[in-house]
Design a protein around this ligand. Structure first.
Ligand SMILES: C[S@@+](CC[C@H](N)C(=O)[O-])C[C@H]1O[C@@H](n2cnc3c(N)ncnc32)[C@H](O)[C@@H]1O
Length: 210
């Protein structure tokens, strides 16, 4: 039986609308963001602005935790992949034609608003204490900074990600990029099939009570 029939037509249409707005060529790379609240808030913002793919590197044991109270489920609707080597992964994306835009709190960075985010772009954000590693920063086509006028030199990483992504969203809206699907019809239907299946499984799973 086609599992999609078990999900309401309204819900399928919602999936389709969201996927038509997805920005296949706007990627977020989180390099060693460790705090589950920060990581989860980043994922929620990614979903909100139509980022489709999020890659992350995590040096800790196990995997970075996701707090569902913060994502409100947003993580389920993203293509989320952990990578072993940030350098290799970013080099690959660069070869594929993405510009690498790395956050960097330093003198040689430019204002984040001066970048053209309508080009295929990877936005790299870094660890809560150490920021983006030097090896990754060296791969950047451009290093960006959000101007800071106060006593503290940096923002919380999830806040910084949101500020940058909403600039990307503004520029992409202006160019009508949310009106033209970047995922193909086949890709959209394939994802809908998977989302519908996962949703059915989730609904059937008995609730775990603690
Ligand atoms: C708390 S900051 C890390 C601070 C670290 N000492 C440094 O120099 O990068 C964590 C992450 O948030 C992002 N971030 C915070 N404030 C930023 C700013 N003003 N401009 C650009 N990115 C920022 C960057 O991705 C950074 O790697």
């Amino acid at each position: 039986m086609d599992r999609r029939y078990l999900v309401l037509e309204r819900r399928l249409e919602r999936f389709r609308e969201v996927l038509r707005r997805r920005q296949k060529d706007l990627i977020v790379f989180a390099e060693n963001v460790k705090n589950e609240h920060n990581f989860s808030a980043i994922l929620r913002t990614c979903d909100a602005v139509g980022v489709h793919r999020v890659y992350y590197y995590y040096e800790g044991r196990g995997d970075v935790s996701i707090n569902e109270g913060i994502t409100l489920g947003a993580h389920r609707w993203l293509f989320l992949e952990r990578v072993e080597s940030p350098v290799e992964s970013i080099e690959t994306m660069r070869r594929e034609g993405f510009q690498i835009v790395t956050t960097w709190i330093g003198e040689d960075s430019v204002d984040f608003r001066s970048v053209d985010y309508t080009r295929p772009t990877v936005v790299v954000v870094g660890n809560e204490l150490d920021g983006v590693s030097r090896e990754v920063a060296e791969l950047a086509d451009v290093k960006i900074i959000i101007p800071m006028m106060g006593m503290v030199r940096s923002l919380n990483v999830s806040v910084a990600t949101a500020v940058i992504l909403y600039e990307a969203e503004r520029q992409r809206q202006e160019k009508g990029m949310y009106d033209r699907p970047s995922l193909s019809d086949e890709e959209i239907e394939e994802i809908i099939e998977r989302w519908a299946f996962e949703e059915v499984i989730r609904r059937r799973r008995p609730e775990v009570r603690s």
